[in-house]
Design a protein around this ligand. Structure first.
Ligand code: UD1
Ligand code: CA
Length: 467
């Protein structure tokens, strides 16, 4: 058997996952921000399989949608009559004409890695085995299929928890559910499976026993139990989240990212972070967030689907979602960049500033207490403390356009739609209702008056009233 043998991957993902007590299909539950089934697809991405078939059933449409982008085909298993029955669905819907090795994976075993799959394939091909599978030894085997071996240590069969004898239940070597089988054995053998077990299902695991009965070569390859832990309950999900979090943080550290407090960093699976970036305590980086090199994230930050370029400093307590920040910018403390905030290089956004659906040009500053929504702001402009873009009139949103080198005085309201030209100067406390031409001063005449000695009289009038 050569390494040129064609490879097909089958991922079983049709089950409901009764033990999750959920309205959602089990494989759609998220781990590290990514649906379980996508972890499995990700682990075999690099194997360059000729075909990848996901067996769907429960919430088939939603599962198919989650698998988009991996080049997988789908086989519908209308009724879930067991893992062997699911493999039949893949065969009948997609693989009938396929010849080669079939790797079968379960959609609820998400931490499997590509090197382990390569090891299994290597063992399978080097030994010329008909069936090869991973096995692992766990302290608490409850729920797993047990690997039953004979006196000489040769694999005999796999027995499920509920079908196992007392003695078999004591076995700690278990079946993680990851197999490689020659198609010419697998496809006809699936038709020989019988539901003679406690659940009345067709068990894929019986394919292993049938190969042994026929004296065909069966190989096993050991694997670290943490890597093949399956998810059957919410508690399993939480336990694996913990494991995955450590794995992901470690991976970023190995790639040159500093974590000041690795235990409190929450980095989801699809996040990228450049080298020499420092991540402080209590930082959550979620979704498809991308962070550049040499950035500093002080702490208490929440980022989701954000694009952060190189040399950006995120001070403490910032929230960024679906936004982008160009190189050298400084954000925070206490800033909120909402969807559509697009910040140029060397921008400063500071304390209690909220930005939504707005473009901000290079070197512009909004350092204190501002709301910038639906605005286009040029470069080298200063947005004073307390500036508000009044973008909503109760019916529709309107845009504010501000040019380059503009000075917006503190506590100004810009009533959209409104345009403020380059080099304009809006005086402190101005309500701007009409466009300001380039280079002009805009102000609202407000009398600035004094009444000398007024306080004393006021206090006396008050005191009299109280008495
Ligand atoms: C299975 C194995 C068990 C192994 C364990 C590892 C069998 C008979 N048992 O048990 O030996 O130790 O996984 O996690 O294979 N599925 C379908 N269609 C079905 C049934 C299941 O697509 O009709 C899918 C599920 O969506 C799931 C996977 O197959 O992703 C495993 O099914 P599950 O019911 O969780 O099997 P276990 O009881 O855990
Ligand atoms: Ca399972």
């Amino acid at each position: 058997m050569s390494a040129n043998t064609a490879l097909a991957i089958v991922i079983l993902a049709a089950g409901q996952g009764t033990r999750m007590k959920s309205r959602h299909a089990k494989v759609l539950h998220r781990l590290g921000g990514r649906p379980l089934v996508c972890h499995v697809l990700e682990s075999c991405r690099g194997l360059a399989a000729k075909r990848t078939v996901v067996v769907v059933g429960h919430q088939a449409d939603a599962v198919e949608a989650a698998c988009k982008g991996y080049g997988a085909e789908f086989a519908l298993q209308r009724e879930q009559r067991g893992t062997g029955h699911a493999a039949m669905a893949a065969r009948d819907a997609a693989l009938a004409g396929f010849r080669g090795d079939v790797v079968i994976l379960y959609g609820d075993v998400p931490l499997l890695t590509e090197p382990t799959l390569r090891r299994l394939l290597g063992r399978h091909r080097d030994t010329g085995s008909t069936v090869s599978l991973l096995t692992t030894v766990v302290d608490e085997p409850f729920g797993y299929g047990r690997i039953v071996r004979d006196g000489a240590g040769r694999l005999e069969r796999i027995v499920e928890q509920r079908d196992a004898s007392e003695a078999e239940r004591a076995i700690t070597e278990v079946n993680p559910g990851i197999y490689c089988v020659k198609s010419e054995f697998l496809f006809p053998t699936l038709d020989r499976l019988r539901p003679t077990n406690d659940q009345g299902e067709l068990y894929l695991t019986d394919v292993v026993g049938l190969a042994v009965c026929e004296g065909l070569p069966v190989a096993t390859e050991p694997v670290d139990p943490h890597e093949v832990a399956g998810i059957n309950s919410r508690a399993d999900l939480a336990a694996l989240e913990e494991t995955l979090r450590r794995v992901l943080v470690r991976r970023h550290m190995d790639a040159g990212v500093t974590f000041l407090d690795p235990g409190t960093a929450w980095i989801e699976a699809d996040v990228t972070i450049g080298a020499d970036t420092t991540v402080g305590p209590m930082v959550q980086i979620r979704g498809k967030t991308r962070i550049g090199s040499d950035c500093q994230i002080d702490g208490n930050a929440f980022l989701v689907d954000a694009e952060v370029a190189d040399r950006v400093h995120l001070r403490s307590n910032v929230v960024l979602s679906e936004c982008s920040v160009a190189e050298g910018s400084i954000i925070g403390p206490f800033s909120h960049l909402r969807p559509g905030a697009d910040l140029g290089p060397d921008v400063h956004v500071g304390n209690f500033v909220e930005v939504k659906k707005s473009t901000i040009g290079a070197n512009t500053k909004a350092n204190h207490l501002a709301y910038i929504g639906d605005a286009t702001i040029g470069r080298d402009t200063n947005i004073g403390a307390g500036t508000i873009t009044c973008n909503y009139d109760g019916f529709a949103k309107h845009r504010t356009t501000i040019g380059d080198r503009v000075q917006i005085g503190s506590d100004s309201q810009l009533v959209a739609p409104v345009e403020i030209g380059d080099d304009a100067y809006v005086a402190t406390g101005t309500t701007v209702r009409h466009d300001v031409e380039p280079g002009a001063l805009a102000f609202n005449p407000k009398p600035d008056q004094r009444r000398p000695g007024w306080v004393e009289g006021f206090r006396q009038r008050r005191a009299k009233k109280k008495a």
